[in-house]
Design a protein around this ligand. Structure first.
Ligand code: TYD
Length: 140
């Protein structure tokens, strides 16, 4: 796997998780190292997001993530210091894999949306870069 300093926006990928539709609704699931290309150590979710709020605006040095719109929709824009790519997430079974080393901004949350994040490491503030200029220098 590439180090965080070496990744580009083209190392992101959309991952389609299984979706079973039964007469009582639908179910989607994911397993370590099968649908998810890393070992999940943590999950968290963003919700009750006020309209017009943005989230993210940071990068991770080592963390890998799979980010899903478990409900509703939002946009993720990634930046590797040179190029940007945007992904609209709006289906509960399609997630965006983020390798380490990408600045990300989450915008355009629909009302009541839930952003579910599967993460490869436990929470560590030392893994964050929260300043875009410092991120650009770190990537160069
Ligand atoms: P942050 O990752 O900055 O959220 P956002 O998605 O809005 O960029 O985290 C917001 C706050 O929550 C920050 O003070 C750190 C804390 N936090 C934890 O304590 N544990 C966690 O697992 C996460 C993801 C965040």
């Amino acid at each position: 796997m590439k180090k965080g300093t070496e990744t580009t926006v083209y190392d992101c990928s959309l991952i389609t998780l299984p979706k079973l539709e039964v007469d009582r609704g639908a179910i989607t699931f994911a397993s370590n190292n099968r649908e998810v290309p890393f070992e999940i150590k943590r999950l968290y979710y963003l919700y009750d997001i006020p309209s017009g709020s943005d989230r993210g605006a940071h990068a991770h040095k080592e963390l890998q993530q799979l980010i899903l719109a478990a409900s509703g929709s939002f946009t993720i824009t990634v930046n590797d210091g040179k190029q940007k790519r945007s992904f609209a997430l709006n289906q509960p079974n399609i997630g965006l894999y983020l390798p380490p080393g990408l600045w990300r901004e989450l915008t355009d949350f629909s009302g009541g949306s839930i952003c579910l994040v599967l993460a490869s490491h436990e929470y560590d503030e030392g893994d964050y870069i929260r300043n875009l200029e410092i991120f650009r220098v770190w990537k160069s």
